[in-house]
Design a protein around this ligand. Structure first.
Ligand SMILES: [Zn+2]
Ligand SMILES: [Zn+2]
Length: 309
């Protein structure tokens, strides 16, 4: 089978062996995968990554212990937790210290003709939901995670910094929650995709930093009201420098936020309230992953999909 391989910043497509399916895991044939900023960061050296990336996917189950799964379209939670530790018992397998992560930490990713995941990670894609929409489940889950971490009151003004892929999803999720969302970025026309206001100079109690850049956090701290919160969503390779004095003096809460539960995200996508199709800027066959990565890394480009044809 063909799989995308990242090594020392190079993206290539390689023939690779299909490893035996571990017990409890399903063998999934990729239908479509999405290139996310994290994949581009992995290419740049985040986590000193070598191997097959990819964690946003929709696929079809080919083999599984549970017969009823076979032939079904699925998406899958990306963290493979041990299931036995304290974190796992608290339902927080996403923080299991011995977890592996699909396409990020010690588990071959989805940019491959076939992949495996524990059956317990899988969610069935409703028939009405196209794979091109279901492939957004993981980033939508990351957007929904914010509201699991902080209770932002309905009607509250919120600034979302960054009008890239994640910023647009966060803006939409917060708007649906009832927030008054102001979107800041380099593409004012994108506020329309998310159905929110274009950001103007102002200060906020709530700021979501999703610029994907090292400079974003500094801007967020400069815009937040005393006692306000900055929710940090950018995964940036390398260190980010900030002046902690402003954070301390103004008693600002800095909150890290990563991926979330798939179930609410999939429901939200199924309900049709999110505009994701306008975020698809290009698609390539899996075998042209190198070109697809280049395209995805181009400034101003939103989601690039990889099709397993
Ligand atoms: Zn992602
Ligand atoms: Zn665990």
């Amino acid at each position: 089978m063909n799989a995308v391989h990242i090594d020392a910043g190079r993206v290539s497509i390689r023939p690779s062996f299909l490893l035996p399916r571990p017990k409890g895991h399903a063998l999934i044939r990729l239908i479509v995968a999405g290139i996310c900023n994290t994949d581009l960061e992995l290419q740049r050296g985040y986590y000193a990554f070598t191997g097959t990336p990819g964690h946003e996917f929709a696929g079809e189950v080919i083999e599984a212990d549970t017969a009823s799964l076979i032939g079904k379209r699925v998406v899958g939670e990306i963290n493979l937790a041990c299931g036995a530790c304290d974190w796992c018992h608290r339902g927080l397998g996403r923080h299991c210290p011995t977890r592996t992560v699909l396409g990020i930490v010690k588990h071959p990713g989805a940019f491959s003709e076939y992949l495996t995941l524990p059956e317990s990670n899988l969610l069935l894609v409703p028939d009405s939901l196209p794979s091109d929409v279901a492939v957004f489940t993981e980033p939508v889950a990351a957007a929904c995670e914010i509201l699991e971490q902080v209770a932002i009151p309905k009607g509250e003004p919120v600034a979302v910094l960054g009008d890239g892929k994640l910023g647009l999803l966060i803006a939409q999720v917060l708007k649906i929650h009832g927030c008054e969302v102001h979107l800041y970025g380099h593409h004012p026309e994108r506020a329309k995709i998310a159905g929110v206001s274009i950001g103007e100079p102002a200060r906020f109690n709530w700021i979501v930093e999703a610029t994907g850049s090292a400079a974003g956090l500094k801007s967020a701290i400069a815009m937040v009201n005393p006692r306000g919160a900055v929710i940090m969503k950018s995964t940036v390779h390398g260190n980010v420098e900030i002046d902690t004095a402003a954070v301390i003096v103004n008693e600002i809460t800095l909150l890290g936020s990563r991926c979330g539960r798939f179930e609410p995200a999939l429901k939200l996508l199924e309900s049709g309230v999110l505009n994701v199709t306008q975020m698809i800027h290009a698609r390539y066959p899996l075998t042209q992953a190198e070109e697809a990565f280049k395209h995805a890394a181009t400034k101003g480009v939103l989601k690039v999909l990889l099709d397993n044809q």
